[in-house]
Ligand binder design. Structure first.
Ligand SMILES: [Zn+2]
Length: 303
């Protein structure tokens, strides 16, 4: 039986006391006891003696449990990975590579790499459309990197030096952040159509790119921030603005510079954090392991 609840970091560290225990845990979690070849999905296997490797009985290739995951060919011990995944998922605001390196006892450069690998796990691989009451808004994230300052972004409603992010919040539910080149209707509308159910009631401010959403969705309510109106009954965008506050603080407080290239990955991290806000830290650890890319389970294959 897998331990699936860790009350705190200390318990996690005690539990994963050796690399063998970590590997057994991962094998059980990923394969449910039946090693499955990542090359050809065969479940015929031989264990190679005195190694962590299996040989596929069908295609004859060798593999270990980390092949096809973010941990593939890592030199960092699995126990350190597990600690890092726990710490990152437990942090409310995100953590810098400098701090993570200190916490788990590795170089900052290794921690930086680890952080980016783990962020891959935050990305939703599948999604269902958001529905119910939807709040839409845009956030402009400043680029602190001087080189990027000279590259002018197409003007949206904010500054030319900032990167716009579209936020789509299902009130009481999940948020989606999407980095966009600009905030024109041509850019925003296809994203909104793809992510929001037609039966939704849309709440926005008076940004012109949202004009006409009432034709596509059940309703579109506009609160006119320009005219000093922020709430009209149940119509407002306070939820998405609150989530943006968390994203902005996280980026500002933890990360030294923000490039456009990495911003979407940070957005995945923060939307994951927002969307699992009701979850206990320990549950987040296990739910992140569920997202190991390339996760392959025999049960899923034979469905
Ligand atoms: Zn194979």
């Amino acid at each position: 039986m897998l331990l699936t609840e860790f009350k705190n970091l200390k318990q996690l560290i005690n539990y994963f006391s050796t690399e063998e225990i970590c590997r057994d845990y991962l094998e059980e979690h990923r394969w449910g006891g039946i090693p499955t070849c990542p090359h050809c999905t065969s479940d015929k296997w031989y264990k190679l003696r005195n190694t962590k490797l299996y040989r596929c009985g069908t295609c004859k290739k060798k593999y270990s449990v980390t092949v096809g995951t973010v941990m593939e060919s890592t030199k960092i011990p699995l126990s350190t990975w597990f600690m890092a995944i726990y710490i990152i998922s437990a942090h409310k605001t995100g953590i810098s590579s400098v701090q993570l390196g200190k916490d788990v006892g590795i170089k900052q450069s290794s921690a930086w790499f680890l952080l980016h690998r783990i962020r891959e796990m935050f990305q939703e691989k599948t999604f269902t459309k958001l529905t119910g009451v939807i709040e839409l808004d845009e956030l402009y994230v400043g680029q602190k990197d001087r080189k990027n300052r000279t590259k002018k972004m197409k003007p949206g409603r904010g500054s030319v030096n900032k990167i716009p992010v579209l936020g789509i919040l299902q009130r009481g539910g999940n948020i989606v952040y999407q980095v966009v080149p600009d905030t024109s209707a041509d850019v925003l509308r296809p994203i909104i159509s793809a992510r929001v159910d037609k039966a939704a009631i849309i709440n926005t401010d008076g940004h012109l790119s949202y004009t006409g959403l009432d034709k596509e969705f059940a309703a579109h309510e506009v609160v006119n921030h320009g005219a000093g109106e922020y709430v009209r009954g149940i119509y407002h965008t306070n939820g998405v603005e609150g989530a943006f506050g968390q994203l902005r603080r996280g980026i500002r407080g933890i990360y030294i510079k923000m490039s456009k290239k990495h911003l979407q990955r940070y957005c995945h991290e923060f939307s994951y954090r927002f969307n699992t806000r009701e979850m206990k830290d320990a549950d987040r650890f296990v739910s992140l392991l569920d997202r190991l890319p390339g996760r392959l389970r025999y049960q899923d294959l034979i469905k």
